[in-house]
Structure formats: C-alpha cells, structure tokens
Design a protein around this ligand. Structure first.
Ligand code: NAD
Ligand code: ZN
Length: 364
C-alpha cells in the first residue's frame, strides 16, 4: 500500500493506494469519527462489491447504506434533498461519517451532501472508477449539476481520507478504464514526464489491468494532482493546468449532449485539439506532439462524434473556466510542462475545431 499526503491550506489527509483496502476502512474511520457510518453507493456497484465491503465492518459497526441511481442525470440537487432526508430519518448527526463508494458521480454528490448536511460532516472517498481514483476523489471539489450546465452548484469539502483500491477496478468496463487513463496521460503531459513515458511504453500491461502497472499510474497521477492542489487549492493559478484538454473537451461534451462520449474520451479529443494550437504556435515540437497523439491512440479507440463548428464554438465560449471576455486554454510546452494562455484567437480556435471535427468524422 502507498500513502500520498494531500496538504492544502484547509486540509491535510492521506490517499491510500493499493490492494484489499476495504479491510482497513473500519479501523481508520473509527479513529476519526465516533458516530454512525453511512455509505452512499449505486445499486450496480453495491451488487458487485457490497458483500465484500460490508464484510470488512464488524457487527457492531455495520454502516447504513444509501443509494444513488447511476448516471450523470442523477447528479442533481433533488437527490441531495432526498438523501439528506434519508440521513436525518436514519439518525445521522454531526458526528456521523459518510463514505462515498463509487465513481466520480457518487464522489462529487456524496462530498457535497457531506459538505452541507448539518453544515458539514466528515466523509471518506472510496473511488471505484479509474477516473475517480486518479482525479475526482482528490482535491476537495464537490457538487452537482444544473439543467443549464455541469457542476454549477458545489463547494470545496475535502475528505478525511481516500481509499483507492486497485482490486475494485477489475470489474470496471474497458471503456470506463480507458476514459480514466486519458486523465492520467493528461497528468503526464502537463507535469510528469516519467508518468507519460511509462504510459507511452506500457499500454499493454496497463490495459490488461496488471496491478503493479495500474498502481504506478494511479500513484503518479494522484501525486501530481496533490502537488498542484497543495500550491493552488482554489484554482486561482497553477491548478488551471489540470484543465488541459478541458476547454474543447467540455465543449464537445455539451455539443453532443453528453451522450456520445464519456468525459475522459471527450478530454482525449480536447487534448488532441489543444495540441494543434500548441503545434501551430510552436510551443510544442512536432516529435513531442506526435508522441502525445500516438500515446492517446494507444489507449483508444476514441469514439467518433458529430457536431457543428458553431455549436462547438458557442459551447467553448460558455465554459465556466473562462474569465469574463477571455478564452482560456492550457497548452503543452513539451512533455511534462504546460502553460495557461488567454489570447487564443478565433482563427486558431476555428482551425483546431475543424481539425478535430474532420478527425472525429474519420476524414483525417
Ligand atoms: N471533483 C472533481 O474534481 C472531478 C474531477 C473529474 C470529474 N469529476 C466528475 O466525475 C464524474 C464522472 O465520474 P466517473 O467517470 O467515475 O463516472 P461514474 O461515476 O458515472 O461511473 C462510471 C460508470 O461505472 C460504473 N462503475 C463504477 N465503478 C465500477 C466498478 N468498480 N465496476 C463496475 N462498474 C463500475 C458506474 O456505475 C457508472 O455506470 C462527472 O460527474 C465529473 O463531473 C469530478
Ligand atoms: Zn476531467
């Protein structure tokens, strides 16, 4: 088991990465919270892992289980109200602890529920998707969607700990695994050349879910995010680089109504699109851009999608990461380094969008 500390201005907690971690949860949790324990999960995840999860808890410490149906459309305030009522009816008080046991949706919504239930209770993340392990469970961002946009309601609320159990990934569908791995490739490109090289040369072992290979990727990705968040918890500077691939990635998700692609797949397209801008500006050398592209494709295939240039342009303009009147992009500066720019011109954006649309339609 590896332990990665996350230290920010407002929080200090461990992320555990390894195998068979469920067994450790009850003991560690009872050190932090004397009260009752509640688990938020989805019926699917509970069906696969619930028995093993419960078996880790002694009879005297059995948690109460709450369910959120799977799917982004359930990451909404109405579910927060329903679950808060269930918590209250089940006797949860300020000393209670919530365990968010699932993918990024459970983690984001569970973290937000913990942030506002009785003005804040402790919670623990037990992420079950690769994306949640390498990205969403770390950093303290919690929240839900509005009909008009994703993650528009939320707060910062860090967990007491994160338990990233590699064994739980064995049941993850291939496509979900690959989607999460694109966020790890992103982590390598923006700040960790060794992680990038490892992923470049070990796609076979990683995709075959070799535990040692997965552990290496997960540990390095979390370490990168923990370091960035330690320096800039509230995303006023450095943390923005985590959004590499996300300006156009989010636009692609919105323009395809969140149906055609998984988040990580849209980000992979966004990474390639932003790479075209970096290439044209010569912030990245052609041979390095080629390595980025080949590595993304090694974890592909990237599903095709259809959208119009005007839809993508409009969606990119609405991205909530933009500051008034500017268009923010993260551009790679070689492998392992990235910069934030706010002066991407219409012509540059149009040409990156056209390249992406042609590629996504199989014309390039
Ligand atoms: N808070 C953050 O910093 C942050 C960062 C990135 C993404 N996010 C959020 O994360 C969410 C996406 O998370 P996700 O990609 O984990 O999706 P998800 O939570 O929808 O999980 C994906 C699918 O995998 C299934 N699943 C989960 N674990 C499984 C397992 N071990 N075995 C089999 N099936 C399993 C789920 O039931 C679901 O159908 C989005 O809402 C996004 O906004 C948040
Ligand atoms: Zn992302």
């Amino acid at each position: 088991m590896r332990t990665i500390p996350v230290k920010t201005a407002s929080a200090d907690y461990p992320v555990f990465v390894g195998r068979n971690l469920f067994a450790q949860i009850p003991r560690r949790v009872s050190n932090w919270s004397p009260g009752k324990i509640y688990v938020l999960t989805s019926p699917e995840i509970w069906g696969l892992w619930g028995k093993k999860f419960l078996a880790a808890f002694p009879k005297s410490q059995q948690p109460t289980v709450l369910f959120l149906p799977a799917g982004e459309r359930h990451k909404r305030l109405t579910q927060i109200e329903r679950l808060a009522s269930e918590l209250a009816n089940a006797g949860a008080d300020r000393s209670s602890l919530l365990i968010a046991f699932g993918g990024g949706i459970i983690g984001d919504l569970g973290g937000f529920l913990a942030a506002i239930y009785m003005r804040g209770i402790d919670y623990v993340q037990v992420p079950t998707t690769l994306l949640a392990q390498v990205d969403s469970s770390v950093g303290g961002k919690t929240g839900v969607n509005l009909a008009v946009g994703k993650n528009l309601i939320g707060s910062f609320h860090h967990p007491r700990a994160v338990f990233a159990d590699i064994d739980v990934l064995q049941t993850l569908p291939d496509r979900e695994l690959r989607a999460g791995l694109f966020e790890s490739i992103k982590a390598g490109i923006i700040r960790d050349p060794a992680l990038f090289r490892f992923m470049e040369h070990n796609a076979g072992a990683i995709l075959a879910r070799d535990p040692a290979a997965l552990e290496r990727v997960i540990v390095a990705s979390i370490r990168m995010k923990a370091k960035v968040v330690a320096i800039d918890e509230r995303e006023s500077g450095l943390r923005m680089i985590l959004n590499y691939g996300h300006t156009l990635g989010h636009a692609i998700e919105a323009a395809t109504e969140f149906r055609a692609l998984l988040h990580g797949e849209a980000i992979a397209w966004g990474i390639l699109a932003a790479l075209q801008i970096a290439l044209a500006r010569k912030t990245v050398a052609p041979d390095q851009a080629e390595r980025v592209e080949q590595t993304i494709l090694a974890y592909g295939p990237l599903p095709p999608f259809r959208a119009t240039r005007s839809k993508l342009l409009a969606a990119a303009g609405r991205d909530k990461k933009n500051r008034a009147g500017t268009r923010r992009f993260i551009l790679p500066k070689g492998i392992g380094n990235a910069i934030v720019v706010e002066d991407v011109t219409d012509a540059e954006l149009n040409s990156a969008i056209d390249w992406t649309l042609a590629r996504a339609a199989g014309r390039k």
